[in-house]
Design a protein around this ligand. Structure first.
Ligand SMILES: *Cc1c(COP(=O)(O)O)cnc(C)c1O
Length: 379
């Protein structure tokens, strides 16, 4: 069977990804490592392609969701350090060790299993201890740190290679909770004492590394900024770091037609044409990650202009009002995310219409569409 190309294109600009990584490296300076967070299929950009590009740009540490993602990186030839952010799961230590993955740890049972397997293999397994300093999510509580350090230290087959935490409020208006949390994390780290050598200390996501520089410690963990968006959609952060969007979502018009004043458009006739209206029918809908929630809110770019999407968004179709735009026909390009001419629709804008954050927009488009990679342009 000859494959017919899909209507829609999710374009991944690897040059932008590479340059964003370089900007981050330059910002934090040579004394701070950068863990490239490529979890969740690199926020929808494609795990292997993104990690490969970042590795070529010099990334040596990657953050993935689980052992399976780590395994995929190894099979794809990534040789750097790979940290499993959700931690290894009991029952998967063989895969973890075979693929030389570094787990985030927060559980005695797991540590015991890992220590046993590593000892049997004549190996010393590096682990990063996760401390919950206020996120209320994964990690041991600060009071448990001394006993965990002792527990890990009691296994010659384990090596504490990192200690980490995570911020819940780093993109919020008030930075004081983040500064205070960083302070208490620093106090916990001090407990490592002289035994702390070779232990990488890390807590900062994109928001924290940009807005609270003392939180950078020995390593930062940017995700969203790698992909060219600003945490909290804050355009003010552009002055500290200049990144460009990596993902674009494009389609082509299926049909153009004129409907008379008073005509209803799409399910439920939520939209009724007030005047003779020219519609562009687009092969994009919620099955492509273009959520029904966008109904009555979204705009797209056609002919270099912003036009409203009108009527209910369907499973595989939606309609744009192109009244007054001349010379537009079937096959013409439509941009749902990204640039066309001088206009741009950002992931943050889509997120606003969709009542979510850019992260979710990227993951959703990535999970629902075939990707096309634009090759890296020279230096
Ligand atoms: C996702 C994640 C990050 C990256 O966060 P961004 O806001 O995308 O920079 C960093 N650390 C951990 C533990 C994460 O889960």
């Amino acid at each position: 069977m000859v494959e017919v190309p899909p209507y829609n294109r999710l374009e991944i600009d690897l040059t932008a990804l590479r340059d964003n990584f370089r900007q981050l490296v330059a910002l934090v300076g040579p004394l701070v490592k950068v863990m490239a967070v490529v979890k969740a299929d690199a926020y929808g950009h494609g795990l292997l392609e993104a990690a490969g590009c970042l590795a070529r740009a010099g990334a040596a540490i990657f953050g993935v969701t689980d052992v399976t993602e780590g395994q995929r990186l190894r099979e794809g030839g990534i040789t750097g350090e790979v940290v499993v952010l959700l931690g290894g799961r009991t029952g998967s230590v063989a895969e973890l060790l075979r693929n030389d993955l570094t787990p985030v740890v927060y559980d005695r049972e797991y540590l015991r299993e890992l220590a046993g397997a590593a000892a049997a293999a004549g190996r010393q397994a590096p682990v990063h201890l996760k401390v919950d300093t206020g996120m209320g999510r994964l990690g041991i509580l600060p009071g448990e740190v001394p006993e965990y350090l002792e527990f890990i230290g009691s296994f010659p087959s384990l090596r504490l290679a990192g200690i980490l935490s995570h911020f819940p409020m780093a993109d919020g208006e008030d930075l004081r909770p983040t500064a205070a949390q960083n302070q208490s994390f620093g106090e916990i780290v001090a407990q490592l004492g002289v035994g702390g050598e070779g232990v990488v200390v890390h807590i900062a996501n994109s928001a924290a590394l940009l807005r609270e520089p003392p939180s950078r410690h020995a390593m930062v963990r940017p995700g969203i900024t790698l992909y060219g968006c600003y945490p909290g959609g804050d355009p003010g952060l552009r002055e500290r770091l200049r990144v460009q969007p990596v993902m674009s979502f494009k389609s082509r018009i299926l049909q153009v037609k004129e409907v008379a004043a008073g005509s209803g458009v799409s399910y439920g006739h939520l939209f009724r044409a007030e005047r003779a209206t020219r519609l562009a029918v687009l092969p994009v809908g919620y099955a492509d990650g273009y959520l029904r929630r966008l109904t009555g809110r979204a705009q797209v770019l056609i002919g270099g202009r912003r036009v409203p999407v009108v009527g209910r968004i369907c499973m595989n179709l939606c309609m744009a009002d192109i009244t007054g735009l001349d010379g537009i026909g079937p096959g013409d390009e439509v941009v749902l995310l990204g640039r066309q001419g001088t206009e741009e629709i950002t992931a943050d804008e889509l997120a606003g219409w969709q009542e979510t954050i850019s992260y979710e927009v990227l993951c959703l488009f990535g999970a629902s569409n075939q990707r096309v990679y634009l090759p890296e342009r020279g230096v």
